[in-house]
Design a protein around this ligand. Sequence first.
Ligand SMILES: [Ca+2]
Length: 235
Amino acid sequence: MKATPLLLSACASLGLISATNAATITLINGDFSVGTDGLALDATRNAAQGWNSYASTGAQLPGSGGGVDYYFASTGAAGFQSAGGNYISQIFSTSDEGTVDASTFGLYTINLDLGYRNTHATAGNISMEISLWSGSQKLAFDNYTIIDPGVVDSTNPMTSTTINLSYDNSMVMAGSPIEIRITNTHTTSPTWDGTALVDNVSITATAIPEPSSYAFAGLAVLGVVTLVVRRRKMK
Ligand SMILES: [Ca+2]
């Protein structure tokens, strides 16, 4: 009967590592509804609060101005042109479980709405890249194709999309920043003919058990098996 406590111990170890530790990430202004002055974007035309934007041909976030208004009142989405790499990004640091950095979680589920501004022009399928970065290091990425819907008056169709990204967070130094980037990798001319729309971005994160936890559980199971085999041989 000495095997019983060890068996319970092994089961407890397995239970610990199989339990998921999901957390909702706090993204600022995931629906692109607020400007940098805290007012609604459609009233102020300021850049979106919480987000950075990068483009080869000027700013591209809703309300950022600069000669082209990227804010679309009908959807309230961020829009950016097909200039071969325009992207928006946000470094996030908190979740409902506390402070987050790139070493905290290894699996991220990103929900967002993607669409095509097709009321005036379209220019082929738009390839989007959704990625996670820590500084200059790309940790994970996936691609999504927004199919060219053709020009249709008074639309701008949006589709809810889920992207799962994972990486080995045990290899990332604690305290490293983590950033989400949403990139329009399509290139066309004029660039605004292929304008991608992004809205309602949210992220949940899950811890991936460290390999050492698996090793420990494996050793515990091995110990039980060995003990059982020995006891049977003794009978
Ligand atoms: Ca919105």
